[in-house]
Design a protein around this ligand. Structure first.
Ligand SMILES: Cc1cc2nc3c(=O)[nH]c(=O)nc-3n(C[C@H](O)[C@H](O)[C@H](O)COP(=O)(O)OP(=O)(O)OC[C@H]3O[C@@H](n4cnc5c(N)ncnc54)[C@H](O)[C@@H]3O)c2cc1C
Length: 418
């Protein structure tokens, strides 16, 4: 296999020779000679990587993704609460196919770190570089009794799972009662999302005159991270004091689905319907390949695996303190693709003389169907230091951010799949 070492010295030496070899190979058989990059996951991070790699024309790109189309988690709270159609948040992979990316509709079951992935059908797909962006898994074992109650207590924090939550919401809006949304301790995918769902369900209660309440059961003392706490709690109090009850410092340890009770150290909480947001971790694929424990261990600013010089991990599966945001995942996918192209070309790694700005995050918390809170995070990192996160958060929900969130969604989906 060609040597695309990431160290500056090795890249300059081996890289020049390697690039020459590829050029020579291209003259004979361009396709066969191109280095192979496999991207696991056709979500936010995977699409950022796959598109950028394909645009470079320097590599043969394979994207492995079990779903036949894309569905967005960002903005899907509107659908979950009955304000939109599921199809509004879905897009086709047709332009990925047109771009020459080989799309394999399978699930990767194993990473053989000698340079191949194995898919559910048993096929081995070899790579020179591997980009992993498989998203998250739920820690079902954290809540006793959850596995048996899964169907009735959906999390819905992964693409296409939103429909199961929508069914719970529809039943609640029809009949009333107590709709419980749990919030685990961080880190979690899109921390404002559970509150956003509560807001939009409460907005529907007002519109439809549903009797009952939404109970947010939060394992933390306030919405986390701290910069989002004031505007989220402010919206809760100013708009939904009659609809939302906010229970803090309360971690759910078990569920009694027969009696419809959540068990917590401070007493049981009854529910008619629930959206149980569980603690999260990287998918098992990451752990079984020894790329990390709860999350994949990566180096910053490169997002290269700490365990393997040919593997990059981006998106929510990576375990840095960066926000788990689609915007950031997409930016990191693009960044690692550029790094792979650089390594293949035998170019030296850029040497930073100060803090390096990393791809940023933009999360939106819809508060009504028209208004939202914008949460903008700019991360940076300096050698030997933990990353720094600079927050810019709307002090209060507003219509401009409501509009901005929709424009952002269109623009991102277009960049990923248009
Ligand atoms: C309700 C909600 C609201 C959100 N709002 C925002 C927002 O406003 N702004 C924002 O930036 N982010 C938001 N996010 C977060 C955003 O969705 C995630 O950060 C983003 O999806 C992470 O990208 P990813 O590539 O890591 O994972 P994903 O986008 O989940 O993609 C992972 C892909 O990998 C595939 N996959 C998984 N396992 C395998 C396997 N073994 N083999 C092959 N393929 C596999 C999956 O099918 C999936 O398509 C929100 C999330 C939620 C749940």
């Amino acid at each position: 296999m060609p040597d695309f070492s990431s160290s500056r010295r090795a890249v300059v030496g081996a890289g020049v020779a390697t690039a020459a070899a590829w050029v020579a190979g291209c003259a004979v058989s361009p396709k066969a000679a191109r280095p192979r990059v496999v991207v696991v996951g056709g979500g936010w991070g995977g699409l950022g990587a796959a598109r950028t790699l394909a645009t470079s024309g320097q590599v043969a790109v394979t994207m492995i993704e079990p779903n036949d189309r894309f569905m967005s988690c960002p903005l899907s709270a509107h659908y979950v609460a009955g304000f939109g159609r599921e199809a509004d948040y879905q897009r086709s992979y047709a332009n990925i196919d047109r771009q020459g990316i080989q799309r394999v509709r399978e699930r990767v079951t194993e990473i053989d770190r000698s340079a191949a992935v194995v898919v559910a059908g048993g096929q081995r797909i070899g790579y020179d570089f591997l980009v992993l962006s498989p998203g998250i898994d739920y820690m079902e074992e954290a809540v006793q009794g959850y596995a048996a109650a899964r169907e009735q207590l959906p999390v819905g924090f992964r693409a296409f799972e939103q429909a199961a939550v929508r069914r719970q919401v529809d039943a609640f809006l029809e009949r009333g009662g107590e709709f419980v949304i749990t919030v685990p301790k961080p880190p979690l995918r899109c921390p404002p999302a559970p509150y956003e769902r509560a807001f939009l369900i409460a907005a529907q209660m007002k519109r439809r005159g549903t009797k009952g309440k939404v109970i947010i059961v939060d394992a933390s003392p306030n919405p986390m991270p701290m910069p989002i706490a004031a505007p989220i709690v402010g919206a809760m109090k100013s708009l939904y004091a009659a609809q939302i009850e906010y229970v803090t410092n309360t971690e759910v340890s078990a569920v009694d689905i027969g009696r419809r009770l959540l068990v917590t150290p401070t007493g049981d909480i009854g529910f008619t319907a629930a959206n149980m947001v569980l603690p999260m971790r990287a998918p098992a694929l990451i752990r079984s390949a020894r790329l990390g424990e709860r999350w994949a261990a990566v180096k910053l600013p490169s997002f290269l695996s700490q365990a393997d010089d040919k593997i990059y991990v981006v998106g929510d599966a990576q375990g840095t303190p960066l926000p788990k945001s689609g915007h950031l995942a997409f930016g990191c996918g693009k960044q690692v693709a550029a790094d792979i192209v650089r390594r293949i070309a035998g170019q030296p790694a850029p040497v930073a003389s100060g803090p390096v700005t990393l791809p940023g995050a933009i999360c939106w918390a819809a508060v009504t169907h028209d208004e939202a809170i914008m949460i903008n995070v700019t991360p940076s990192v300096e050698a030997g230091q933990p990353p720094k996160l600079a927050f810019q958060v709307d002090p209060r929900h507003n219509k401009a951010s409501g509009q901005g969130s929709l424009q952002w969604g269109d623009s991102m989906w277009n960049q990923m799949l248009g």
